[in-house]
Ligand binder design. Sequence first.
Ligand SMILES: Nc1ncnc2c1ncn2[C@@H]1O[C@H](COP(=O)(O)OP(=O)(O)O)[C@@H](O)[C@H]1O
Ligand SMILES: [Mg+2]
Length: 261
Amino acid sequence: MPNNTEVFSGKNLIRTFGHGKKMFRAIDDISLDIVDQEIVSLVGGSGCGKSVLAKIMLGLIKPSSGTFLYKGQPITNQRLHWREVQPVFQDPFSCFNQFFTIRSQLKSSFGIMKEKPSKKEIEERVDQALMAVNIVPSEIDGKYPFELSGGQMQRMLLARIFILRPTVLIADEPTSMVDACVRANILDYLMKLKKELKMTIVFITHDIGLAYYVSDRIFIMHKGKIVEHGAPDDVALRPKNEHTIKLLDDIPDIHKDWISR
Ligand SMILES: Nc1ncnc2c1ncn2[C@@H]1O[C@H](COP(=O)(O)OP(=O)(O)O)[C@@H](O)[C@H]1O
Ligand SMILES: [Mg+2]
């Protein structure tokens, strides 16, 4: 259950790109707090600034102005930050090197850790992580990323999360490349990991139906701003903002019954 310890705290965040006349605000005065162990969704159409905000959370880019704190401190050391805050991206293939076996790459995930376990423990923990995402370890032994399906690769990403056990997971449209069946599985795995690892999750999607299904709180974004936020029932069943209503109209049919208005 979420408690009230702040994980992320952003105040008046602005992030601009470009110069002179071409300068625009990808993030335009956003303030938000995310607390320990909650699942927050950032929902909005393409180009509204979701991934830019995700990159700020990951410490990959800095805001142009405003303050952004992780557990009360600014993000200064990326490597240390990534021990605790980890991404799952859209395209699992881009996160694995095609020239190394999956298993060797899962093992190398331990490299980022402060205290590296023994070789034997690494093997055991890789097996555990694979089983947590319903993969029989022998199924992937000796295999390279290109030998696996998109759905299997997504599960490899989740296995990696299981190994790294981050405090915070930033999932940027993790299900947009896969079909509906795999998508439901991935969401279930995410929920399972969250429960086991007690993670805070920032879930990014353009599908407010998915957000409704998984979140404790939903933030609706439009053109770099948060235009509405609150509990899923309030945002999805009693939307106030026109952009929220538009997103509700765009929900794929298969998710419509999650929200019964
Ligand atoms: N590195 C960058 N340089 C210039 N513009 C960028 C950069 N990253 C993102 N943008 C722009 O910022 C806006 C928000 O992008 P993004 O956060 O990726 O949108 P989305 O909500 O689809 O994830 C878009 O107009 C995008 O083109
Ligand atoms: Mg994006």
